[in-house]
Design a protein. Structure first.
Length: 141
């Protein structure tokens, strides 16, 4: 994973993010702020030729421009945005490449039988406690 500065173009707005670039899959991931304490990942397809390098004070800083509507990287100087948005590509980049999402689907399992028995007995105990309370209140009258 390589860290890059990502400039996301959304219509006429340009927002700056920090992103993680995976050179094997050619996908960059940013964390978009969706709430006060929540961040949602967004992924974009990257053409390696669109990554630019800048030398500042002896350090190499890399950055890239991506388009939020098409979910792809764009070269600097491209003015026209394609009007069509590929929703299938957007869903694939957001859900199907998320390893945590895939691992949670694979890790689903049934409730352990001993936990199920414990849950059943605790439910039975709560019902008996309420019956005892109702019986005690009726006897007190």
């Amino acid at each position: 994973m390589v860290k890059l500065k990502v400039f996301v173009k959304d219509g006429h707005r340009i927002e700056e993010y920090k992103g993680k670039y995976d050179p094997d899959d050619q996908i960059i991931e940013i964390k978009k702020k969706t709430g006060l304490f929540t961040r949602e990942p967004e992924r974009f397809q990257v053409n390696p030729n669109h990554i630019y390098h800048e030398i500042k004070r002896g350090k190499i800083k890399s950055f890239i421009y991506v388009n939020r509507r098409t979910r792809k990287s764009v070269p600097i100087g491209k003015e026209n945005d394609p009007p069509n948005v590929d929703q299938r590509l957007r869903i694939e980049l957001n859900n199907l490449t998320d390893t945590k999402f895939i691992n949670t689907i694979k890790a689903r399992k049934k409730i352990d039988k001993w936990n199920l028995i414990i849950y059943m007995f605790s439910g039975y105990g709560i019902i008996r406690f309420f019956e005892w309370m109702i019986f005690y209140i009726m006897q007190a009258r």
